[in-house]
Each structure stands twice: as C-alpha cells, then as structure tokens.
Design a binder for this molecule. Structure first.
Ligand SMILES: Cc1ncc(COP(=O)(O)O)c(C=O)c1O
Length: 369
C-alpha cells in the first residue's frame, strides 16, 4: 500500500483524493453578513425552498415530543405505513432516508464498483455527479438539447456493459421540464437502473411511482424538503422494486431517519391538506412569475413544473445580474456550468418576492443603458 503525505497515515482512496473541493451553499445569515444587509432583507430564492415553511403542527409536535433520548425505529414501520397511503404504493416498497440525497448515495453504493458508469442528463441536479465520484464511479453526461429535451439516442449510444445507473429528474432541476412516458419507457428498456428523481412532483402533479411495481429497474425518489417545507430536517424517501430494496435494507444505517424527522413526517402527512393548499399557491405564483418574466425582453424563460424558473439572459451577463440582485438582498441561483453560463434560476417565493424580483430585473435592465 502507498504511504500518506507524512509517511504515517494511509493514503485516502484515489476517488476522493481526485475530487474537487466542495463549495458550500451560503446560509441566509452568512449572506446577510457578506452583503452588509439585515437578515430580514434577504430573499433567499436560490435553493428551491418552501417560502411558507413547515406545518405549524410540526412545530408544536416537536416541542411536545418527549422521547428524543430513544433511538428511532430502524424499520421505520409506522412512518412507512402512513407514507404508503400518501404515495399510493404498499409500504413494502418504501424506504426513508436523510433527504433524497441519502437515497441517491445508497443506490450508487449498491451498484457502482470503481470504474462503473453512471449516466446523467445535464444540466441537472448536482448530487448525481457528487455521489458517483464518491463511489469511484465514472460519470457519463449525455447533455440535453438546446431546449433541455432528453437526447434518448444519445443515452442509448452511451450505454456500455459498465453502465449501471441512469438519473433523470422529473421535473428537471434546473430547466423545469418533465420526461414523457415514452422517454421513461425507453430508458427502462435499456435494462439499467433508472432513477426518476421526483423531488418536485407535488408541483408537477405527476408521479411515476406506481410504475415501480411493474419494473424491476425503476426507482422513484421523493422528498419532504419542498412540498412539506422540511428541507432542514432532511427527510426523503424512495419507492424501490422489492428485490433491490431487500439489498438496500442490508446496507442502510439503522438510525438514518432521526426521531425529529419521523415526528415531522407524521405531522406533515396528517396536515397534508393544508400543505398541499400552500403548494397550490406556489403553483399559482409560479404562473404569475412566469408571465412577468416573459414580459422582459432580455430573458428567455422556460416554463417549469417545479417551484423554480430558469431563464437565459439574452443581453448582458448572468453572473453580474445575479450579483446586482444579491446587493438588493435577492438571492438567485447562478450555475457556472455548460449551457447555463448565461442563465439564472429563480425559486418561486411569496407574491412580494415575485414583485421584488421583477422590479430588480427591470432596474438592472435600465442600469445596462
Ligand atoms: C432534483 C433534486 N433531487 C433531490 C434534491 C434533494 O432533496 P433532499 O432535500 O430530500 O435531499 C433536490 C434538492 O434541491 C433536487 O433539486
């Protein structure tokens, strides 16, 4: 074995040593400090969070709960049976984790040996590449088309005997479009594990979850971060084919879902009517934001099924635009990635956020001369 830098400690795995360092996402507090603004002047529209927060029932129940000194149920029995009703699949198909992020990692650790290939369809969510690299897998990007359509032929050409997993967002983050049933069926026909990431499905009103009972290679991931406003408590889940799930149970950390998260899930599900009414408001606001953005001649706006809208900036520089808005306390997302070098993503917030965003964009346009 090779020796570490000081000749004492073992070398870290090559896959990790070769990874780029993680750029942490800033909290509202650190943004306020950096920008010299008060915390209440920050409109955080860069992480697709829920502007209405979680259910008030969650807040009350967390204060009442008295067994934080006990470990959680490793089998997640009660939570899975409540969740089964919400998702509309039997509880046997479900596994909860520390955000959908943990389940992305589990799927990859289940299938990917060093050098195995994982297909993603960029621009897309960053955790597929992150977790693939942690596993020592080789990421194979099959870029989407100019309007973010999936390149099915490209995916089929990219498949080799080492391809294990294909990740598809439904809807796609950041472009907001959905795969069609035909897309999904063709991807499933490759025989590889197809992970449909439905983190935003409550905003699209469409789920492929019931299909998992028919396809042994389909996984559907969902989360409580967005519709239920629990991003900070970290709860996601997957709908898995039974033979795959038997293997996942073997490798799951017994206490991966903490008791606070369990309490929050129970209360959110009991209060789902109220939470889904808030989702409806966000969907309405998405429509209003879309219309207002479309009226700005320097943007190309992509209709979205998520709680965010992506825009190409047709005149001017998107990174400068993002900085201009940040100085007004409006935090938008800029990605330094291919195809997105002159785009911004705006999370749908409260009506006053929409108004502030559009006013800020107009001001920026005027400042451009
Ligand atoms: C497409 C997609 N999948 C998964 C996640 C992560 O979900 P969670 O908060 O449950 O880990 C996000 C969060 O932004 C996302 O955009």
């Amino acid at each position: 074995m090779g020796m570490g830098v000081e000749g004492k400690t073992p070398s870290v795995r090559t896959a990790i040593a070769e990874m780029q360092e993680y750029v942490p996402v800033r909290t509202s507090e650190s943004l306020a400090q950096k920008l010299g603004l008060r915390l209440d002047q920050i409109m955080k529209l860069d992480a697709n969070e829920n502007p209405y927060g979680c259910s008030p029932k969650v807040l009350r129940a967390l204060g009442r709960y008295s067994s934080y000194h006990r470990y959680p149920d490793p089998q997640q029995e009660e939570t899975r049976s409540l969740l089964a009703e919400y998702v509309g699949v039997p509880a046997d198909y479900l596994l909860l984790g520390m955000g959908a992020d943990e389940l992305i990692d589990y799927v990859l650790r289940l299938y990917v040996e060093t050098g195995d290939e994982v297909i993603e369809l960029p621009p897309t969510f960053g955790m597929y590449s992150f977790s693939t690299h942690v596993c020592g897998g080789k990421l194979v990007p099959v870029p989407r088309g100019e309007r973010f359509e999936i390149d099915l032929e490209g995916v089929e050409r990219a498949i080799t005997e080492r391809t294990k997993v294909i990740f598809v967002d439904s809807p796609n983050n950041p472009s907001g479009g959905m795969p069609s049933m035909e897309d999904v069926e063709r991807l499933l026909a490759t025989g590889r594990v197809v992970v449909l990431d439905e983190a935003y499905s409550e905003f699209s009103n469409l789920t492929f979850a019931p299909l998992v009972q028919r396809y042994p290679n389909l996984v559907v991931l969902r989360t409580f971060s967005k519709w239920a406003g629990l991003a900070g408590l970290r709860v996601g889940y997957g709908v898995f084919p039974l033979p795959m799930l038997r293997q996942l149970w073997k490798m799951k950390q017994p206490y991966n879902l903490n008791v606070a998260a369990e309490v929050a899930v129970h209360e959110s599900l009991l209060d789902s009517k109220r939470l889904l009414a808030k989702v409806k408001r966000i969907i309405r606001e998405r429509g209003r934001l879309l219309g207002m953005l479309e009226s700005l001649d320097f943007l190309r706006v992509y209709p979205s099924q998520g709680n965010y809208i992506l825009c190409d900036v047709l005149e001017g520089n998107a990174m400068e635009l993002m900085q201009f808005m940040a100085h007004r306390g409006i935090i938008l997302r800029y990605f330094k990635k291919p195809r997105l070098m002159n785009s911004i993503r705006i999370s749908v917030g409260l009506p006053e956020h929409t108004d502030a965003v559009v006013a800020g964009l107009r001001e920026w346009r005027a400042s451009q001369g």
